[in-house]
Design a protein around this ligand. Structure first.
Ligand code: ADP
Ligand code: MG
Length: 397
């Protein structure tokens, strides 16, 4: 497999291929020859600078092969094609040339025999256009990779917070367990010892619950599947139980089994972000609402998940920045990635996100996520928001 960027020349009749290749090589452009356009497919896209064809390459299945090749190009690619044609002297060939020009976006037509200078100028334009495309592709790739890094950073931050929560949660029953073991040791009757050991078993069960919930969080499947959103959300809430108790926050949960087609791992991450934000907004206590129920949106059956708090509310002036990367009002305690990632997750799961907030008493914020109950392919469109031409996130009045 060649590793340099090169043009492919398909000129099956006569010495054209050889002449063109020699001209290109002597001007510093690498090129390879191919017998037919169909053979180009195997040659790999990213190294392909462009195609140089003669009319004969388009006869028989050539035009169809060219269409296939162009259709199979990745999104960033606009493959330059230079077609050498015999022009009006041969009407049949002229029709093919105009067909090619109308059907494909980046075609240069050159009369045969082509003057060297004309051919080289077309090659030069094709070369520069292709390099630009490759640059754009690389920039898009870097952007994607840096976003991927941010996603992972926020996942790790969540994992870190959960581990801290787990350690804290485990600590209380562990202390109780130590005390109970001491009491068992000191017991004078077998009945006393039994009753203490019964209590110890309960504490042990609490620890095992906490550990299981945390593990379940990390093991949640990443692949989309039919998922009970209520089960997922309530189990995510369990992870915060200690903090809720400590802050004297009252939980109001109403969640009946409701199914959506989504990635459980991703949605759980979104739910943890939203619950975390709700808790942060209620340093002095309040109420945390978790509601899951079935709903329809744009005629599609959905699972609707709401996480609401009676916290400070979101000031109007910061709302335009809410979903931006790194936007946080929490200083070094915040990453500013939670809502950005939550929106990303909702979009990736073909859902829709809406929020409401008030800073005047009674203040509070409610985030609602809609997730379609059926796979996107069955939905016949890519997300819930698009049919009405709306963005995937929206602030409700
Ligand atoms: P972080 O939590 O790390 O600050 P997020 O992207 O999760 O980042 O949230 C961005 C900002 O949005 C927060 O810093 C906060 O100002 C605001 N915010 C998000 N959710 C709430 C909420 N439930 N109540 C009040 N403010 C909120
Ligand atoms: Mg957050």
């Amino acid at each position: 497999m060649p590793t340099t960027l090169r043009f492919l020349v398909v000129a099956p009749v006569g010495r054209d291929a050889e002449l063109i290749a020699t001209l290109l090589n002597s001007s510093g452009y690498a090129s390879d020859r191919m017998e037919s356009i169909a053979g180009v497919e195997q040659a790999g896209n990213s190294l392909l600078l462009g195609l140089i064809l003669t009319n004969e390459a388009l006869v028989k299945d050539g035009l169809e092969a060219l269409r296939k090749l162009i259709d199979a190009q990745p999104e960033w690619s606009d493959l330059p094609v230079i077609l050498l044609t015999s022009g009006p002297r041969e009407p049949r060939q002229a029709i093919t040339a105009s067909q090619v020009r109308m059907q494909f976006r980046s075609v240069f037509l050159l009369d045969r025999p082509a003057r060297k200078e004309l051919l080289l100028s077309a090659v030069q334009v094709a070369y520069n256009s292709r390099l630009k495309q490759l640059e754009v592709r690389d920039a898009a790739m870097r952007q994607y990779q840096s976003e991927e890094t941010l996603r992972n950073a926020e996942k790790l931050a969540t994992a870190g917070r959960l581990v801290a929560t787990m350690a804290h949660e485990v600590n209380n029953p562990l202390e109780a367990l130590g005390n109970l073991l001491f009491l068992i040791e000191q017991s004078s009757t077998i009945d006393d010892a039994r009753s203490f050991s019964h209590m110890a078993a309960q504490e042990l069960e609490r620890i095992s619950d906490i550990v299981n919930q945390t593990l379940r969080f990390h093991r949640a499947p990443a692949k989309p599947a039919i998922t009970d959103v209520a089960e997922l959300a309530t189990s995510a809430l369990t992870l915060f139980r200690g903090k809720l108790r400590e802050r004297k926050i009252i939980e109001c949960v109403s969640a009946e089994p409701t199914f959506a087609f989504c990635s459980a791992g991703e949605v759980r991450q979104a739910v943890v972000n939203l619950i975390g934000n709700a808790l942060d907004a209620m340093p002095e206590g309040g109420r945390l609402y978790l509601r899951v129920s079935a709903a329809t949106r744009n005629g599609t059956l959905c699972a609707r998940l709401t996480i609401a708090d009676t916290g400070t509310g979101i000031r109007a002036e910061i709302r335009p920045n809410l979903f931006n990367q790194f936007f946080t009002t929490k200083g070094s305690r915040g990453t500013g990635l939670g809502l950005w990632l939550t929106r990303d997750i909702v979009i990736r799961n073909c859902g829709w996100l809406r929020y409401r907030s008030r800073t005047a008493a009674p203040s509070g914020t409610a985030f609602t996520i809609y997730l379609p109950a059926i796979p996107p392919a069955a939905l016949g469109r890519t997300d819930l928001a698009r049919p009405a031409g709306r963005p995937a996130t929206e602030e409700a009045a």
